[in-house]
Design a protein around this ligand. Structure first.
Ligand SMILES: [Zn+2]
Length: 98
């Protein structure tokens, strides 16, 4: 399904059905950004209350947490969005749609 880290392949490897109709665009990154930011704020507040970290400590924690969480979540979330869009045959509205 994927052609590289995040690029959706043009067709299925097994049955060669075309994936051209489904395009998730930036959808996955928006969901991941909102989801990760909730936890980033929670970690920030917990670290501040529990350890009274200096600002560079918070920056260090967040600079490690945010990229790792985003990289781990982007591919599965994009896969889920793509699968939902493909299975429901969703696409942009066109004038010749019924
Ligand atoms: Zn297939």
């Amino acid at each position: 399904m994927f052609d590289g880290m995040l690029k959706i392949a043009g067709a299925c490897d097994a049955c060669e059905v075309s994936f051209e109709s489904a395009d998730v665009g930036d959808g996955a990154s928006v969901f991941v950004m909102f989801f990760v930011s909730i936890f980033a704020i929670a970690i920030f507040m917990l670290a501040e209350v529990a350890f009274r970290l200096p600002i560079w400590g918070h920056a260090l924690v967040q600079l490690i947490f945010i990229p790792i969480a985003c990289i781990m979540l982007l591919r599965p979330v994009k896969g889920i969005l793509f699968a939902l869009q493909f299975s429901h045959d969703a696409s942009e509205a066109r004038l010749d749609d019924d």
